[in-house]
Design a protein around this ligand. Structure first.
Ligand code: PHE
Ligand code: ZN
Length: 876
């Protein structure tokens, strides 16, 4: 087999033929499903006559083929590994094909597959070609009419996109339903579900007064776990009407929960398919974080109905067109529904840990890549989250009102079309009158810009000079970078008054919280009429996806932590302060000298704990130390053991110094109101559980007892899981083991809870974590073919920094073994799972060699394009 070849954005051409209407008939069977397709095909007006018709198709057994009712002879078409080619096709014709496929053998979970007993599909990005021969590209949009035939006993429910228009019984215990989707769509939005499912139903009246039926389809035992998703869906529908003026456009909206799913969920038109983990919740089985994740994902998929479905992508290089915009939409929705500052803090801390790492690694790519081998590898944090940061910058640059006008223009101008990122940005430029040419570099340039900032207060003239220098490091294939247009929201906080000072720049007033635009490599900004010496508060709210360095003293940071008017930057100042202290301790650990805790950090925490606050959610975030992964991101070379030891030392030092405060905070936040996933309760629980984590970190007897009681009280999963994690991660195995056993037995029947049971154990810092992984891989609840299980056990272990990076290389070897097996079973999951190994350049030489060795061992295999592409990049 030849090496997989890259596809280039610059090679884009419209398809030679388009499909205007697609009629499908599925005769379902686990080992031999028959798919009949009738495509209404016509030549694309921009392409010449006489070009061949090329259809994508993989793993299909062709049974029949005809044009306008005339069966084709063997010499009239050619089958290749990638599909089917018809050299001579008329201008406009009907193409009939019939193929056979085997859903039960489909472990890749792309195309039509079985999850448990039910049939379901996943077509994005290129899964439809595993269902039938088709121009499997998003710029071919057709209306669909789909008939699904199944067994009455095994598949009483038969679903597809759109509206059901006909149903009936057939001989031999079979029946059928025909669905019609009037909205032209690319085939990646096609969906089919068939199985023994139950539904929960509700209604929604749209802003123009249309009645929509809402259904959530689940296996019977999950009927009690849909309330939150349904409520979230209705909130999202209303929010999109109120915020973006977008209304739902069919009479029926369905969500289906499936257990085997590669991603979170999929926005198929009118029939969203969800990983059960992204839709099912119950106070006893799901944590607050899971409730919030469900709300966010339900909204995300719903929002795609406009940003993705009504207006879709011309080609897969434009993926961020729908994903960046839709993530931005779901982030703002969640911020509006919950605590906005905490949502921002959570999103940014995740972003700066995971996306920055991606941008600094061998798979770094622009938000709009210009080539790829396997598009399945590009559902990344860069496309999604950095794409969302770009849209957020756009919103801030042009202001909400122009942004909304631009969004209206985009949806009306391109409704029913497949378009590009330029089309989107052009609408924003047109609606705002702004020049966004330089801004477009955010889409084409990979890597995280770094800004070195320096400030100086000129006492004599009452001026503050801010010097900014930007640089984007080289990334694979992009050695030289041009300066970005970076909006920096800032304030100058007076050191005497503790207030934001007025900002005057070039004689123009920016208020007390303004935005400056860095466009050059180096730029100086001189603020005049600055009455007192300030500490600058820079990139407020994380106003651009950059690393910003400023030589803050610890006193400056402690000052900002209490005085900054921007909640996000107050939190960030605390993080920066903790990082400085951690730096010293990491160095001390490496040099084998005694670790000494910085008293300024202790005082800063004492201050926080003392203060009466009405924002407990933010306080909980402020009391949370930077994660080991985030600390690692700041180090030139990652020393996992030193980072772990230093963080542990800080945590324990704080716990010892402030033990009574943590205990008080815990006690003040215990509540016994019935569980509700509401902001106030969530805030109290997270504050309480952060406090408890400090107490348990020093094995304080009272703290341990509180954790034990919290676990036993069994009030809700948030508290149970927090307590269980603390016990399991402490060295009190005499308490942890029985707790794990109780939990494991109680929830043996619930796969989503067992996922948590797996993760809690394999993320413990004790040195037996790896043995536990191996042991648990044989547990009856584990399965290598279920992506959630792989993530919960293997994925979680790979995040266990001290144990995954064991010096004997056993952690790496285990991961590589699993990757090799999954390469055959599920390439998409395999290529994601291998990520931690690809970051080998960040570690010491010994670990580098071990990690590289495993990558090379994987390379010996016959690789899927997915894994091939990642391994080649990692070893390049
Ligand atoms: N398009 C989905 C989303 O973001 C993600 C997805 C991609 C799901 C590919 C499955 C396969 O909402
Ligand atoms: Zn999406």
């Amino acid at each position: 087999m030849s090496e997989p070849q890259p596809i280039h954005l610059s090679d884009y051409r419209p398809p030679a033929y388009r499909v205007t209407h697609t009629e499908l008939t599925f005769d379902l069977d686990p080992s031999a499903t028959r798919v009949k397709a009738r495509l209404h095909v016509e030549r694309h007006p921009e392409r010449e006559a006489g070009e061949p018709l090329e259809l994508d198709g993989e793993q299909l057994a062709l049974k029949a083929i005809a044009i306008d009712g005339q069966p084709l002879g063997d010499d009239e078409y050619a089958l290749t590994e990638q599909g089917l080619r018809i050299e001579r096709a008329p201008e406009r014709f009907l193409l009939d094909t019939e193929v056979e496929i085997a859903p039960e053998a489909n472990t890749a979970l792309e195309g039509l597959y079985q999850s448990g007993g039910m049939f379901c599909t996943q077509c994005e990005a290129e899964g439809f070609r595993r269902i039938t021969f088709y121009p499997d590209r998003p710029d071919v949009m057709a209306t669909f009419s789909t008939t699904v035939i199944g067994r009455l006993d095994r598949e009483p429910v038969l679903l597809s996109n759109g509206n059901p228009v006909e149903r009936g019984e057939l001989p031999n215990g079979r029946h059928f339903v025909t669905w019609e989707d009037p909205h032209p769509k690319p085939c990646y939005l096609f969906a089919l579900v068939a199985g023994d499912l139950e539904k929960v139903e509700d209604r929604f009246t749209t802003m123009s007064g249309r009645e929509v039926t809402l259904q959530i389809w689940v296996e019977e035992e999950n009927l009690g776990k849909t309330d939150h998703a349904m409520a979230s869906l209705k909130r999202a529908m209303r929010w999109d009407e109120e915020t973006y003026g977008r209304e739902y456009d069919l009479d029926l909206f369905m969500i289906v929960a499936v257990n085997d799913f590669n991603m979170g969920a999929m926005e198929n038109k009118g029939l969203n398919i969800f990983n059960s983990a992204a839709v099912l919740t119950h106070p006893h089985t799901a944590t607050d974080a899971a409730f919030q994740r469900v709300e966010g994902i339900v909204a995300h998929e719903y929002f795609h109905n406009w940003s993705g479905n009504r207006v879709t992508c011309r080609d897969w290089f434009q993926l961020s067109l729908k994903e960046g915009f839709t993530v931005f939409r779901d982030q703002t929705f969640s911020a509006d529904t919950n605590s906005a500052p905490v949502k921002r803090i959570e999103d940014v801390s995740f972003f700066r840990t995971a996306q920055f790492a991606e941008d600094a690694g061998p798979t770094a790519h622009p938000v709009r890549p210009d080539h790829y081998i396997e598009i399945g590898n590009f559902y990344t944090l860069t496309i999604y989250e950095k794409g969302a940061e770009i849209v957020r910058m756009l919103r801030n640059l042009v202001g909400w009102e122009a942004f909304r006008r631009g969004s209206d223009l985009y949806f009306s101008r391109f409704d029913g079309q497949a378009v590009t990122i330029e089309d989107f940005v052009a609408c924003m430029a047109e609606a705002s009158g702004q020049d966004l040419d330089q801004f477009m570099r955010w889409y084409s340039q990979a890597g995280t810009p770094e800004i070195d900032a320096h400030g100086e207060y000129d006492y004599a003239n009452g001026a503050y000079r801010l010097l900014l220098r930007q640089r984007t490091p080289a990334t694979p294939g992009q050695p030289d970078k041009a300066p970005q247009h970076i909006p920096i929201r800032l304030g100058l906080v007076g050191t005497k008054s503790g207030r934001d000072l007025r900002l005057t720049l070039d004689g123009e007033s920016l208020g007390t919280d303004g935005v400056i635009h860095l466009r050059e490599e180096e730029q100086e900004f001189v603020f005049t009429d600055v009455e007192e010496a300030p500490v600058p508060s820079l990139a407020r709210g994380f106003s651009a996806p950059v690393k910003l360095n400023f030589p803050y003293s610890r006193e400056d940071l402690a000052f900002l932590q209490t005085h900054d008017s921007d909640g996000f930057n107050r939190w960030d100042a605390g993080q920066r302060l903790a990082l400085l202290a951690l730096d010293d301790l990491i160095a001390a650990h490496r040099n084998g000298v005694e670790k000494v805790m910085d008293p300024r950090v202790v005082e800063a925490f004492r201050e926080l704990l003392k203060r009466e606050t009405d924002d407990k959610a933010v306080l909980a975030e402020m009391l949370t130390l930077p994660s080991e992964a985030y600390i690692a991101e700041q180090q030139p070379l990652v020393d996992v053991d030193a980072i772990h030891a230093a963080r542990q030392f800080v945590k324990q030092s704080l716990a010892m110094a402030l033990r009574d405060d943590f205990l008080r905070v815990y006690q003040e936040n215990v509540g016994d109101a019935p569980y509700a996933p509401e902001p106030e309760q969530i805030a109290a629980r997270s504050l309480k559980n952060v406090a408890l984590s400090y107490l348990v970190s020093i094995e304080d007897e009272e703290g341990i007892e509180l954790a034990r009681r919290q676990f036993e009280a069994d009030h809700n999963m948030t508290d149970v899981r927090a307590a269980l994690t603390l016990l399991v991660h402490s060295s009190r195995d005499e308490l942890a083991d029985p707790a794990l056993r109780t939990f494991g037995e109680k929830w043996a029947h619930d796969p989503l809870v067992m996922d948590q049971w797996f993760s809690v154990q394999v993320s413990r810092p004790q040195s037996d974590a790896l043995e536990r992984v191996k042991f648990l891989m044989d547990h009856p609840a584990f399965s290598l073919t279920n992506p959630n299980k792989v993530r919960a056990l293997i994925g979680a272990f790979a995040q266990n920094r001290v144990n995954f990076h064991r010096l004997d290389g056993e952690g790496y070897r285990l991961l590589a073994d699993v990757v090799i097996e999954l390469n055959r079973l599920n390439p998409e999951i395999a290529s994601r799972l291998v990520t931690p190994l690809t970051r080998w350049r960040r570690f010491d030489e010994t670990r580098q060699e071990l990690m590289k060795g495993e990558l090379e061992r994987i390379r010996e295999e016959k690789l899927s394009p997915n894994v091939y592409e990642v391994i080649e990049k990692a070893l390049a």
